[in-house]
Each structure stands twice: as C-alpha cells, then as structure tokens.
Design a protein around this ligand. Structure first.
Ligand SMILES: [Zn+2]
Length: 277
C-alpha cells in the first residue's frame, strides 16, 4: 500500500458510507461499503465523500493560498498553541476531527506535534486538495464532506475542533465518544480591530460580539473552560496584502477604497471554549 493510501488502512473502524451508513473499507485505491458504494482516494491522499458537487464559495484557491501563507507565518500561533496544550494535557484524546479545516494548517500542525490520529474535512474540494498536498507526513485523513452529515461512525471521535468555523452540535454529539470534547474557537470583538476601525462604516456588523455564539454553544454543551488568547503581530506589506485578500471580514467591502498602508499591526484574539455534552 503506498503512503497516500496507508493512512486510510483502518478506515472501517471510523468511516461510514455517506449513502447507506455501512462501514467502509479500503480496496485498491478506494473506500467501499458492502453495498458497493465506492469513493476513490485521490493520489494526494484525500477522499471526496460529498454526494453532490462542491459548492462555489467566497473562498477561491487564491484565498486558501493567502490563508496558508498567513497561518504558516505564525500569525495564529497563539490559537494553535492553546489547542496543542489542551490535547497534550489530555491523554484520553486519541481520535481528533477538525471540522471545516480549510487548507489544513491546524490539522497538520496538531498531527505533527501531538502524534494523535487526525481526521479533517472541508466542504471545499479545493481546500482539501491544498491541505493534502501540503501534508508532507501523509498522516492526516483528509476528506470532503458536508457539516450536516459527516461520514464517520457514532462515538468514533474523542475531540472535535471547530476553529473559526460553523458548528453542528447534534452531529458533533453523535460523533463523540463518551467524555469527548468540543473545542470551539471564535473571534472576540477585538479580533482584527485594526481592520475593523478602518472599515467600520462598511461593515454589516460593526459592533461584533460573540455572545450569541457562546450562548448557542452552551445550549448543547457544558463549558469546562473558556479562555481568551490574544496577540498583536507586525505585518510586512506582503503579509498585509495576503491578509486583506483572504479575510472573510472584507468579503463585502470595496478594498480599493481604503488606504491600507497604515495597517502595520494586527490583533489576533479569540475565545477558546472547551465543552462536553
Ligand atoms: Zn454504502
């Protein structure tokens, strides 16, 4: 079995068919269930388990490339380190699912640093292609799927990471083992405040607060920890351009109307919520 396939060798323990929910096992280059539903493993080492075609989103390949650069530069390391610390301190966590993993920065880093068994998916096939190509260790199980029907077995995950991404708490509950954890990372009102100040008048939601997101989380989960992580980082002009291109905050803003040259620093700030059902 070549390297890109071997990470899927234990698939029947974890994956279930998105059509009939039976176990899926690896056969040749594919994952296949006993009803013969068959999904090819790409040569980069991901499986597309989405039953419809991947929808077009605001995230182009270029915005994933920009995001990759920003993350690799370490701008969000304050978030990464907090998550790694929690996982490292919690030996009961073996199987981890990264939900809406984008270009896969957190999943790759966490795999490398903690050696846990990592699953990661996104709705965007382009994102997963980038993620799997960058996975030099060929260790993360990448797949394309929809948040509402994740093709993993009941109780198969010990921890779900939901980093700046939408949640589906009923589905998370189905997937988690007893005493499993949800780690949810959400921006605070100070997040990117240097950009917010500049474009305040153009923002749909200028007085952002994350309280409704926290309330929704607490409707389903018992919060065992809530911590704010924060860092102000310096930007080179190249990093500034990459950031402006990729941040969802500016998707609906005419970026050319703003003088960005005075944007030399950016505050990254997030609440890291850890909860249990
Ligand atoms: Zn099937």
């Amino acid at each position: 079995m070549n390297n890109n396939l071997s990470r899927f060798a234990d698939s029947k323990v974890y994956f279930q068919c998105p059509i009939c929910t039976k176990s899926m096992d690896i056969q040749g280059n594919s994952l296949i269930c006993r009803h013969g539903h068959c999904f090819d493993i790409s040569r980069y080492g991901y499986v597309n388990l989405l039953l419809k075609s991947s929808p077009k989103t605001n995230y182009s390949k270029r915005s994933f490339d920009n995001r990759h650069q920003i993350l690799e530069y370490g701008m969000y390391d304050v978030v990464l380190e907090k998550i790694i610390q929690f996982i490292s301190d919690t030996p009961s966590i073996r199987n981890i699912l990264d939900v809406g993993c984008g270009e896969g920065f957190y999943a790759r880093q966490i795999q490398q640093r903690t050696e846990r068994n990592i699953f990661a998916f996104d709705l965007s096939r382009e994102a997963i292609q980038i993620a799997s190509k960058k996975d030099k260790r060929k260790a993360v199980k990448w797949f394309v799927t929809d948040l509402s029907k994740i093709p993993l077995k009941d109780g198969s995950m010990d921890c779900i990471l939901d980093i700046f991404s939408p949640a589906h708490y009923k589905e998370f509950q189905r997937l988690l083992s007893p005493n499993g954890y949800v780690v949810k990372v959400i921006p605070t009102k100070n997040h990117l405040r240097e950009i917010r100040t500049k474009v305040q008048a153009h923002l749909k939601n200028p007085d952002y607060s994350n309280e409704s997101v926290v309330e929704y989380f607490e409707k389903y989960l018992k919060t065992i920890s809530r911590e704010t992580v924060s860092a102000t980082v310096q930007l080179s002009s190249e990093q500034r351009m990459s950031f402006i291109e990729m941040t969802p905050l500016l998707f609906c803003v005419e970026k050319d109307c703003v003088d960005w040259r005075t944007l030399t620093h950016l505050t990254i700030e997030a609440d890291v919520l850890i909860g249990m059902y």
